[in-house]
Design a protein around this ligand. Structure first.
Ligand SMILES: O=c1ccn([C@@H]2O[C@H](COP(=O)(O)OP(=O)(O)O[C@H]3O[C@H](CO)[C@@H](O)[C@H](O)[C@H]3O)[C@@H](O)[C@H]2O)c(=O)[nH]1
Ligand SMILES: O=C(O)[C@H](O)COP(=O)(O)O
Length: 335
């Protein structure tokens, strides 16, 4: 047993063993290693018309047209109210509609449901997920995620990590980004799932996995999807089948503190479900599924000088796709 304040030997050994950097993985070598297997890239996108086009074009230019590494680029339009679908389509993505993909099933909210719809739409043996709000996007985000999977059959899932600047309109805090990660998710994981403490960016939206494994996982509907996936993967395949890759620096659109509060609440709600499954907490759901926030300037209720805003932060889950396919025999690429 190690001293609680020292680096966990599990984490240390795993990081040394399973961590690579994106520039280690040369695109031409990956094409060779890929052989006849197929790769899909899936981008969940809600109102990302400003960024999604450039990401799709970059992937197509470098990894579809110049080198045959990526076989399809799918953008899941997640109920956008802007031109996301048109922009993505014009850039060369196959655009699928979250609601069309899940028609006939209960309507669920948020990113996790978009990812599940994207996995259902994808044909690849390997599926890589990327957020659609990335700026200064470069192809090494994709090659880095694919490298360990194509080079080593014992790796089944790869998570990206990076430096995270916090970019405000006036200045940049070099390592100020990842606020939910640093203030909530990392402490939570360290305390409750210490084997996962070696993941540098546990909430990263950039990761890749083998499709047959991804299809065995439930997908939590909202922003808890990444946390749940790591915990479920740890239980299902163990730490040694997981890897992480250094993607350098990541720039993205920052959400407001208020929106991040709702994200954090969804993640905590999700963690609760896993703690319940492990027998650590007594009830299947936390005491409440609502988050009350106070916004400057309103007059409801009177006397507070604030507006009270209440959000439902509960999450649901889509079942593993493999379960659905077993119940209703379906080809890949459709639900
Ligand atoms: O209902 C939604 C909400 C978001 N998104 C997309 O999901 C991606 C990530 O969403 P974003 O709101 O930009 O999340 P971040 O603030 O960047 O949150 C970080 O932390 C989240 C919680 O773990 C992860 O899901 C994110 O991938 C990760 O980047 C973007 O492409 C969104 O357009 C959807 O497709 N549908
Ligand atoms: O991953 C996170 O912690 C959240 O997406 C917040 O990221 P940001 O602080 O870089 O906006």
């Amino acid at each position: 047993m190690w001293h609680p304040l020292s680096v966990s030997p599990v984490v240390e050994a795993w990081s040394a063993y399973r961590t690579s950097t994106a520039n280690q993985w040369k695109p031409r070598d990956l094409v060779r290693a890929k052989g006849s297997s197929t790769v899909s890239v899936v981008l969940p996108a809600r109102d990302e018309q400003d960024t999604v086009g450039e990401i799709v074009r970059t992937i197509r230019r470098h990894l579809v047209d110049r080198l045959p590494l990526v076989d399809e680029v799918i953008v899941v339009d997640s109920r956008s109210s802007d031109e996301t679908a048109r922009v993505a389509g014009e850039a060369g993505a196959r655009v699928v509609d979250q609601d069309q993909m899940t028609r006939g099933l209960p309507r669920l909210e948020g990113k996790g449901d978009a990812l599940w719809a994207g996995l259902a739409a994808a044909h690849g043996d390997i599926v890589a997920f990327l957020d659609a709000d990335l700026r200064e996007f470069r192809p090494h985000f994709v090659t880095g995620l694919l490298g360990p999977l194509l080079a080593d059959p014992s790796v089944v899932y790869v998570k990206g990590f990076y430096h995270r600047p916090l970019e405000a309109s006036v200045d940049t805090e070099r390592d100020g980004g990842g606020r939910v990660t640093e203030i909530m998710a990392r402490p939570l994981l360290n305390l409750c799932w210490p084997e996962l403490a070696g993941f540098v960016q546990p909430l990263a939206g950039e990761y890749a996995g083998r499709r047959d494994l991804l299809e065995q996982l439930p997908f939590v509907s909202g922003y808890g999807v990444e946390l749940a996936m790591l915990i479920d993967l740890l239980e299902k395949v163990g730490l040694d089948a997981l890897a992480q890759v250094d993607l350098g620096e990541r720039h993205h659109r920052h959400q407001s503190t208020e929106a991040l509060g709702r994200m954090a609440a969804q993640i905590l709600y999700t963690a609760w479900s896993r703690l319940y499954r492990q027998g650590t907490v007594p009830t299947a759901e936390p005491a409440a599924g609502a988050l009350t926030q106070f916004r400057r300037g309103g007059a409801t209720p009177p006397g507070l000088g604030r507006e009270v805003v209440v959000h439902d932060v509960s999450v649901s889950e889509r079942p593993p796709l493999a379960q659905l396919r077993a119940a209703v025999p379906l080809r890949t690429g459709v639900l």
